[in-house]
Design a protein around this ligand. Structure first.
Ligand SMILES: NC(=O)CCC(=O)C(=O)O
Length: 297
């Protein structure tokens, strides 16, 4: 049987201190990514909204249309900076997420770009589940006031390693997305994300470990560093979890890099010990993934 993860790989999550200055954010991200790749990382992840502040009022102002051809570099600076960075660092770059403006529809998306070491864009993921919550006295956030949702599970084949899945922050709360990606052969689920001080302490680590435990794959969550002078206070705590839901590394709220070595043997060992994959009873619950069973109000 082919290995899910073809070669051991060092993963790095960059918990970036972001500012309101896009040019600074791009050059700072470049410095940190090169630091991680010098230390051996071949897959490097940036946080959600790594080139802008996070907030509904910022999406339009910071949005870029994704234009691959070189003359449009000035209109699509993040695309080109990440593509160049992937080439310069010889690494797969999962470019957190950025506000994207689709030229034809004028719709805005929260979008993640994945680049190969050749600089080629391998995949885009538009956040599927928009962060719309209202916890009285704590936090109200409605991405849907300005953003449109994406509509796909994003699996990316990294030829040297195997398949990863990319989704964004609030997407982690929907186990179906993770399960489908794992069933389709992902060895790693990556979530650039920016939880907050209300839900972060409660659910950030729990979500990461739950998705890893359910699917027996590696899971990584990559946050911006916390900035108490910004409007949105990110939780931080970027972390990597192994297929047994054990934490391989976790930061605090400050800027930093967390690295972890991933290998196929750990996935196989965990799956052999607790063989969920062969024990599943689709005869008992055939309808769930098709949404045929509705919530009762
Ligand atoms: N940026 C986000 O999607 C935040 C998600 C979040 O904080 C949560 O609790 O879920």
């Amino acid at each position: 049987m082919a290995k899910l993860l073809k070669n051991p790989v060092k993963l790095a999550l960059i918990q970036l201190a972001t500012t309101a200055d896009k040019t600074h954010n791009l050059s700072h991200a470049r410095t940190k990514v090169l630091e991680a790749t010098k230390a051996g990382a071949r897959i490097v992840v940036l946080p959600e909204c790594f080139n802008s502040p996070y907030g509904t009022k910022y999406f339009q102002q910071y949005a870029e249309t994704l234009l691959p051809s070189p003359p449009s570099a000035s209109q699509s600076p993040t695309y080109h900076a990440l593509s160049q960075l992937a080439r310069d660092s010889n690494a797969y770059i999962i470019g957190g997420s950025i506000p994207e403006l689709e030229a034809s529809s004028k719709k805005l998306y929260n979008t993640s770009l994945t680049f190969a070491p050749s600089g080629e864009l391998l995949a885009t993921h538009r956040k599927v589940h928009l962060f719309d919550i209202d916890i009285p006295g704590k936090i109200r956030f409605k991405e849907s006031e300005v953003l449109s949702p994406g509509n796909k599970v994003t699996l990316v084949d990294l030829p040297e390693f195997g398949k990863i899945a990319v989704a964004i922050c609030y997407d982690v709360r929907f186990p179906e997305l993770a399960t489908i990606a794992a069933r389709k052969g992902a060895f790693l689920l990556l979530y650039p994300g920016a939880f907050n001080l209300t839900t972060g302490a409660l659910h950030w680590e729990l979500q990461a470990r739950a998705r890893a435990m359910d699917n027996q794959v590696y899971v990584a969550l990559c946050s911006p560093a916390r900035d108490m002078t910004a409007e949105y206070h990110a939780w931080g705590h970027s972390m990597v979890v192994d297929p047994n839901a054990e934490i391989l590394g976790q930061l605090d709220e400050k800027e930093g890099i967390v690295m972890a070595e991933l290998n196929a043997e750990r996935i196989e060992e965990v799956r052999k010990g607790i063989p969920l994959r062969t024990q599943r009873r689709f005869d008992v619950y055939p309808d769930i993934s098709e949404g045929k069973i509705k919530f009762e109000e």
